[in-house]
Design a protein around this ligand. Structure first.
Ligand SMILES: *[C@@H]1O[C@H](CO)[C@@H](O)[C@H](O)[C@H]1NC(C)=O
Length: 256
């Protein structure tokens, strides 16, 4: 652009030098002192406009430089923001990992809480050896189920035949009764809670039916110390051998 301007100035000055004498009004001069030039009024106006344009271009250059600078600053800021964002992203990843670990811990805790429930279950049969009749006795007698299949929690005592609750809860109990031989007294037994009779089974043998089984069950709430057992009624009899016809079973359903 500056070169073009210089060329223009040169050609106009040279072209004008012949017309100096004819046109000397103030609009026909350009510059001052040694750089004073003479030109046609229109040409001078054109020069002035060109000078103004040059000035504007200079200003624009300055603006452009300022913009470039501020763009650079913005670029730097953006870079900083990007770095921060990357930092935040990795923090989020870390937090996710922590969260997953905590979830696992919670699951384990829940599991251990559910397994912290006391375990109570037992099952036993009347005879641990031999075979034959049990009874008759002159009074109501708790039956001692000697052959213990399981006794988790040790709440059942085979020496007494009594299950003693060690935790307050809802329990399920079941028993079976077997009688054999019509010439003897009937078989009658009851499921007892302390001195309270809960349920009973009865069998009367006759000449047609000498081998008979019966069973009963109950779900009851027990307080700590409550005793549950099977009672053979006075003057009644049972039969058992290695087949284990007579069983007593109980387990904790849930604590209350
Ligand atoms: C019934 O009792 C008799 C003994 O009195 C015994 O020999 C027999 O095996 C018993 N029967 C059954 C099915 O238990």
């Amino acid at each position: 652009m500056n070169e073009v301007l210089a060329l223009l100035l040169l050609s106009l000055c040279c072209g004008l030098s012949t017309g100096l004498g004819d046109n000397r009004d103030s609009e026909g001069y350009l510059g001052t002192g040694a750089s004073l030039a003479v030109c046609l009024p229109d040409t001078c106006a054109l020069f002035r406009e060109l000078a103004a344009m040059k000035e504007r271009l200079g200003t624009m250059d300055q603006t452009q430089a300022a913009l470039k600078e501020s763009f650079g600053a913005m670029g730097q800021k953006l870079g900083a923001v990007e770095t921060k964002l990357q930092g935040s992203e990795s923090q989020v990843e870390e937090l996710k990992k922590v969260n997953t670990a905590q979830e696992e811990e919670l699951k384990a805790l829940k599991k251990s809480l559910s397994t912290a429930q006391p375990k109570v279950a037992f099952s036993a049969a009347l005879r641990d050896s031999g075979g034959g009749h049990i009874g008759p006795f002159t009074t109501n007698t708790p039956l001692q189920y000697k052959r213990v299949f399981s006794n988790t929690g040790s709440s059942y005592n085979p020496a007494t035949g009594i299950f003693t609750a060690m935790v307050r809860g809802m329990y399920c109990f079941r028993y079976s009764m077997y009688s054999n031989n019509s010439g003897r007294p009937n078989s009658v037994v009851s499921l007892m809670k302390n001195s309270e009779m809960l349920v009973t089974t009865w069998n009367t043998d006759d000449s047609m039916n000498v081998h008979e089984s019966a069973s009963n069950a109950a779900v009851v709430q027990l307080e700590v110390g409550d005793g549950v057992y099977i009672q053979l009624w006075a003057n009644r009899v049972l039969y058992d051998d290695r087949n284990n016809y007579n069983t007593f079973t109980g387990f904790l359903l849930f604590t209350v």
